[in-house]
Design a protein around this ligand. Sequence first.
Ligand code: ADP
Length: 162
Amino acid sequence: MRTAIYPGSFDPPTYGHLDIIERASKLCDELIIGVLKNSAKTPLFSVEERVNMLKVTTRDIANVRVESFEGLTVDFAKQNGATIIVRGLRALTDFDYELQLSQINKTLCEDIETIFLSTNLKYSFLSSSTVKEVASYRADISGLVPPYIQELVEKKMKERQD
Ligand code: ADP
């Protein structure tokens, strides 16, 4: 049984994340999406909301599970019997940070490997921050997130701006 985790903030999940999830799910028996609870930044969506958004948008992928976690990623991996951490790479700007992170994690736990999936070219510009920025100007985010997420982001932005 090969279990992988895909950790992140997912605030909110985008088509870029979903593309990585779909592809990573084919490389392992079980993929656990780990939604980080204690982000340094204040998230737009609560961890429960983010977990729920991911559950809804990945419900057709049989071997995907969504959990929240706090603390070290390697501890979350160990608790779930995972030996692989999946991360996505968009551009050179991700590389430095991601390399450092994977090396720290390797130092903390030698048995866990980080694997990187390169972004689908279509989504190389796409981040959760971009989605929030575009939505804050009430511009169209339909090409960036699934319709279910779009509705929730637009609702949240409206609540914030009213
Ligand atoms: P974090 O706060 O941990 O970076 P994110 O939710 O921003 O969490 O991203 C989680 C992972 O998904 C990271 O490895 C990030 O590089 C990757 N990712 C985010 N957007 C994309 C995208 N458009 N294409 C590929 N990978 C992506």
